[in-house]
Design a protein around this ligand. Sequence first.
Ligand SMILES: N[C@@H](CCC(=O)N[C@@H](CS)C(=O)NCC(=O)O)C(=O)O
Length: 204
Amino acid sequence: MKLLGSLGSPYARKARIAMLEKNVTCEFSPARAADPGSLVPQYNPLSKVPVLVLDNGKGMIDSSVIVEYFDGIGSGPTLIPAEFNARIAVREWEALGDGITDAIVALTHDSRYAEGCDASAAWYQKQVQKIDAGLAKAQTDIGANEFCHGGAFSLGDICIGMALGYLDRAYASYDWRGKYPGLKRYADKLFARATFVATLPPQP
Ligand SMILES: N[C@@H](CCC(=O)N[C@@H](CS)C(=O)NCC(=O)O)C(=O)O
């Protein structure tokens, strides 16, 4: 089994953290969809990372599916609880973390930004508003807790941590620690976790 993903991709990091948390034996192979001769399009028709290449040669796509797969086959903490209400709650945290990350990716990778987007432009402000509102909701709901849900580490923490870590990497001028001190407190502990340290992306 081989996990393809770039070192800087937040969604690949999400899958890598899950892989390490669950002690899954799987090679991580750095790859970007756009690299010449990349294997990614061969296994993922959407040409996105991460993609998991299974031992039977099939590709499994999307970080959400890959994390669920690792959670099912690995040991270590349960990332997606079995109980219905808890599972929905953790999936909501995943949706929030992924959604914030989508807005950061849009801001920092969309051609409008690359071409020198006016930061006051309505489109740009709409993405910033999503990040602001998403982080405000995360801060309120985490409160003084150590984890997103149920007093235990879960997929929710992977996804909120992924989003905050990606802000540091791709949108460093956004002072989320100053704006959301509750998230800084939460992240200080989360970022010290071995799986977050092991997957910290290199500085661009
Ligand atoms: N929903 C997908 C999103 C994956 C994604 O957007 N990956 C980006 C890197 S962060 C990518 O490969 N982009 C290349 C492209 O869109 O062509 C997941 O969770 O796996």
